[in-house]
Design a protein around this ligand. Structure first.
Ligand code: NDP
Length: 331
């Protein structure tokens, strides 16, 4: 199908499609290690576009702890070969479409998580680059009223929050405790529990300076972990959502028959490990909540970091103190 000539392509979008160069700037590493292994490559190959893929001109990308863990070599056994261009989260503009792509065209503003399974053969050429190739099914329309910086911070975090709550059996009238409520995932887990699932009570943990933020996000109970141990408090929850790695303590505060979903660290029964899967339709289903403002992206105020400052941005993310998402833009 000749997309460049389709009636709905704007002249600007068509021009952009014709301007795709052969090489691009990209951050890459050819060894595993700390953030210093990352190098800015001036002329990396622009990835080829598969039949079911689109090429996205990256406007903004966000960092996730999984990028840092992957770079450190934690998933070597199932990683794609080096050199790696990191980055799972993207927001940008479609500039080229594969032959089997039906729903997207050049000029469309999209966002998504670029690898379906983050730990099993993730893409070698990620989103910390001027262009990235992504399966159409992993992308969604960028929500109206959400800018590229905000959109880039959403995919991994909101998919993790949504699928994790779903797997834990979250439903209207249930109570939930979110461990790590001020992080990328936790800030969305609080909002989704309240706004999408209709939780009867949302509690969350963070350090002192972030307690007001937890309340603004919709937490009914905000627990300052520098002052109280949540596992020693009398309250029990239907669902505990662990975004910190406190699976051993999390199981102490779940009700009989409740669920403990563990994103990281050791799992203590009845807690269970959950790993996110990328999916554009889930993002599409969540778009109305983002467009109405019921669910708000939380971008760390230290950012967005310009493309030249990716190493600094990783160092900041890796302090474990980020508030919401660490975003890279413009790219
Ligand atoms: P972030 O880097 O965004 O989390 C940072 C936040 O964690 C900070 O705001 C910090 O708040 C908070 N935090 C740190 N320690 C504690 C603590 N002891 N109690 C409460 N809050 C704490 O990370 P993400 O939200 O992106 O990810 C969270 C974890 O989940 C990571 O380990 C990540 O790898 C994992 N993950 C797993 C996925 C999966 O599919 N299994 C998917 C996505 C993420 P403060 O400064 O107040 O301490």
């Amino acid at each position: 199908r000749c997309v460049a000539a389709s009636a709905s392509s704007s002249p600007a979008a068509t021009a952009a499609a014709m301007e795709v160069p052969a090489t691009m700037k990209a951050w890459a590493h050819d060894a595993y290690g700390d953030a210093s292994v990352l190098k800015l490559v001036e002329a990396a190959a622009v990835p080829a576009v598969g039949e079911d893929q689109v090429l996205v001109r990256v406007v903004a990308a966000a960092l996730n702890p999984v990028d840092a863990k992957r770079r450190a070599g934690k998933f070597q056994a199932t990683d794609s070969p080096l050199p790696t261009v990191p980055g799972y989260d993207v927001a940008g503009v479609v500039v080229k479409v594969g032959g089997q792509v039906e729903g997207l065209k050049e000029g469309d503003e999209v966002y998504g998580m670029i690898s379906e399974k983050p730990l099993e053969g993730p893409k070698q050429s990620g989103s910390l680059a001027e262009y990235t190739a992504v399966e159409e099914k992993l992308l969604a329309r960028k929500p109206k009223g959400i800018d590229f910086v905000q959109a880039a911070g959403l995919p991994v975090a909101i998919l993790t929050a949504s699928q994790g709550l779903e797997k834990a059996g979250m439903a209207a009238g249930k109570s939930v405790l979110v461990l790590g409520g001020a992080g990328g995932v936790g800030s969305l887990a609080i909002q989704l529990a309240k706004q999408v699932y209709g939780a009867s009570k949302v509690a969350a943990t963070a350090s002192t300076k972030k307690i007001e933020l937890l309340k603004r996000l919709g937490a009914d109970v905000a627990i300052d972990y520098t002052k109280e141990n949540f596992e020693e408090l009398p309250d029990k929850y239907d669902v505990v959502f662990d975004a910190v790695g406190q699976g051993d303590k999390a199981v102490k505060v779940v009700k009989e028959g409740g669920s403990v979903v563990v994103l990281t660290g050791a799992v203590t029964p009845p807690g269970f490990r959950f790993v996110v899967t990328s999916n554009g339709s889930t993002l599409e289903e969540l778009n109305p909540y983002l467009e109405s403002g019921k669910v708000k992206p939380l971008v760390d105020p230290q950012g967005p970091f310009p493309f030249s400052k990716v190493v600094e941005a990783f160092s900041y993310l890796e302090t474990g103190r980020a508030t919401g998402k660490v975003v890279i833009s413009p790219i």
